[in-house]
Design a protein around this ligand. Structure first.
Ligand SMILES: [Mg+2]
Length: 381
């Protein structure tokens, strides 16, 4: 069997004005998606979603540039798999899309689900967590966060992740005020849902330590990216200071980038994303992390095809924990797939079909034409 073509679908869907959300200083105005499609001379098609962020067109250009290395080759030939370099994120995301599409293709050729190819006794379902908590506005009604979390309980989710809201300087938000909201949230949900917090690298080490101590007392499951990711020693100090797991690494795409964080015990859980580094590299990172007793809970934002790639990866981990599912991507998220996989009582069932187990919906480029420009605009107040 030979690869005959590789294409990248660039897709978008604008958010209706009432569905736009502001986090930090960014108003998100649309959802984007980049999907790599690899076709063979025997009519098989492998699909993989690359983390789009602001770069669907750059991802498409990198995939086109890498294409000559794959065309005419056997999709089972491991020598054709490109590797992320840890320097150019659009390049690494293009590599990730190709890698995921090749896993999908190999699974179809061998008649196995990707999870089983990674580990013979992989689970066939993964626990998911509702990832959002980024729609509340400190200048309006921060309690929206609590209403939103209660709605996830109603939908059957058993875990969810929240964020620190709009720019704190706009509303004079202090650590004390923020922790007041976290205490109110914890009291209201009363143990019915696990809580995680993502600081999106926005805090100082001093703020992060105060918050980490209180989250630990409140029973949070983890505290993600509290401080800027390059502050390796700061992460090591925070992770040593509290029992609450300090997590991170969503923007790192190579094992080499994770090495110092593992060696310095800077993350209690690492969070690579198959949509940014590929399934192959995520597996290498997970294997190294296991040597340090560090679990992997992948980052997984964006759309349903990426959620499935990360889902197969989680299902095959030695200690499968949770998979992130973005709750604010809108109809594009699952609309890209011919059939939405089942999420029930907080579990995602991996489809029975081989590979990643799903097919793309028809006419995607007509239904979700790509809108040029960034997905977010900077807001000033
Ligand atoms: Mg994060």
């Amino acid at each position: 069997m030979k690869i005959t073509d590789i294409q990248t679908l660039c897709l978008s869907r604008p958010h209706e004005s009432e569905r736009q959300w502001v986090t930090a200083r960014y108003r998100t105005i649309k959802a984007d998606c980049a999907i790599v499609v690899i076709t063979t001379d025997e009519g098989l098609q492998g699909i993989g979603e690359a983390a789009a962020y602001g770069w669907p067109r750059q991802i498409q250009q990198w995939v086109d540039w890498l294409k000559p290395d794959l065309i005419g080759h056997d999709p089972l030939d491991s020598r054709i798999v490109p590797h992320p370099n840890g320097r150019s994120r659009p390049y690494d995301c293009a590599v990730a899309g190709i890698d995921c599409a090749l896993w999908d293709l190999r699974g179809q050729i061998e008649g196995q689900r990707v999870a089983q190819m990674l580990r013979a006794d992989a689970q066939n379902r993964v626990r998911v967590y509702a990832s959002s908590g980024c729609r509340y506005d400190w200048n309006q009604r921060p309690e929206q966060l609590i209403d939103e979390t209660l709605s996830y309980i109603d939908q059957g989710y058993t875990a969810c992740k929240v964020r620190i809201g709009t720019e704190w300087a706009w509303a004079g938000v202090t650590v004390d005020r923020f922790l007041g909201l976290m205490r109110e949230l914890t009291q209201t949900v009363a143990g019915r849902i696990e809580l995680m917090l993502d600081g999106n690298q926005r805090l100082t080490e001093e703020q992060a330590l105060t918050i980490a101590r209180e989250l630990e007392r409140l029973g949070f499951t983890w505290f993600e990216e509290p401080i800027p990711q390059a502050d390796l020693d700061g992460y090591a100090r925070l992770n040593a200071a509290v029992d609450l797991p300090i997590t991170g690494g969503e923007q790192y795409t190579t094992l080499e980038q994770f090495r110092p964080y593992l060696e310095k015990r800077a993350y209690a859980i690492v969070q690579p994303d198959a949509g940014m580094c590929g399934i192959s590299e995520a597996v290498r990172i997970a294997q190294a992390a296991a040597r340090y007793g560090v679990d992997v809970c992948p980052h997984s934002w964006h759309n349903g095809l990426m959620a499935l790639a990360n889902g197969h990866f989680v299902a095959a981990l030695p200690n499968p924990r949770v998979l992130e599912v973005c709750m604010i991507q809108g109809p594009l998220q699952w609309g890209i797939l011919a059939e939405q996989p089942e999420i029930e009582a907080g579990w995602l069932k991996l489809p029975d079909a081989p590979g990643l187990g799903v097919q793309l919906a028809d006419d995607l480029e007509t239904r979700y034409p790509y809108l040029e420009g960034h997905y977010a605009i900077v807001v000033e107040r």
